[in-house]
Design a binder for this molecule. Structure first.
Ligand code: PGA
Length: 247
């Protein structure tokens, strides 16, 4: 059985007080035990927020690819692990776009996260012009083959894939349930060819891009969609809670 996951991504929003209140509130709510809840919070909040709730796992939104050294301002994976971080989001399109992160760099970060006993939420997804040219499957296939397809099969149990079409992130424009399903099936097929059927079937694939309470249920009900990576709608307790209930 694959894990069902509702993951938030707060990006560069929220301070410590907001995070504490938000997670304390979520902790008090009843939600399905088989849904894993993760929130990607700003680095500075991780050490405090990691210990508030056993029901909410904490993700970092990035890390550096080296263990240590003269990289002013950077955070290494072992530092994240030492403060109780569970997951690291890697390969987000905003990091690819604004910080020029290549698949090769993302792969080196993935290794560091796995070496340091945390799990990876690996993001992939195509820009609008690629979707309009009907080349999205090849584009995402290439992202996968240059990054996670190079991992050892044993690593895959600690990795979750998030498909996030760039044209749907923060735009209010969501992929249709059929578009999401079709890409998720493609991703699972790539994993099957690379790692075999068992690993492909055991890997959770999340959809991200303008997920909100109004569309979560229909998207999550698709056969190959195992949950969501949620930006804007994860910043409001009510809407994130509704999304958690949408499985
Ligand atoms: P959004 O962001 O839900 O605001 O579109 C998703 C993401 O960037 O992970």
């Amino acid at each position: 059985m694959r894990r069902q996951i509702a993951a938030g991504n707060w990006k560069m929003n929220t301070d410590l007080k907001f995070g504490q209140e938000f997670i304390e509130n979520i902790e008090k709510q009843a939600f399905p035990e088989d849904v894993e809840v993760i929130i990607g919070v700003p680095y500075l909040s991780i050490s405090q927020l990691a210990h508030i709730s056993s029901k909410v796992k904490i993700a970092a939104q990035n890390c550096h690819q080296e263990d240590k050294g003269a990289y002013t301002g950077e955070i290494a994976a072992n530092m994240l692990n030492s403060v109780g971080c569970d997951y690291v989001i890697l390969g987000h399109s905003e990091r690819r776009q604004y910080f020029n992160e290549s698949d090769e760099l993302i792969l080196s970060k993935i290794y560091k996260v796995l070496e340091n006993d945390m799990q990876v939420i690996y993001c992939c997804g195509e820009p609008l012009e690629v979707r309009e040219a009907d080349k999205h499957e090849a584009y995402v296939g290439q992202q996968l083959s240059e990054s996670i397809c190079k991992l050892d099969p044993s690593h895959m149990k600690n990795l979750v894939v998030a498909y996030e079409p760039i044209w749907a992130i923060g735009t209010g424009r969501t992929a249709s349930p059929e578009q999401a399903q079709s890409m998720h099936a493609h991703i699972r097929n790539v994993l099957k060819t690379t790692f075999g059927e068992d690993i492909a079937n055991a890997t959770s694939i999340l959809y991200g891009g303008s997920v909100k309470p109004a569309n979560a249920k229909e998207i999550f009900s698709q056969a190959d969609v195992d949950g969501g990576l949620v930006g804007g709608a994860s910043l409001k307790g009510d809407s994130f809670y509704d999304i958690i209930q949408s499985f």
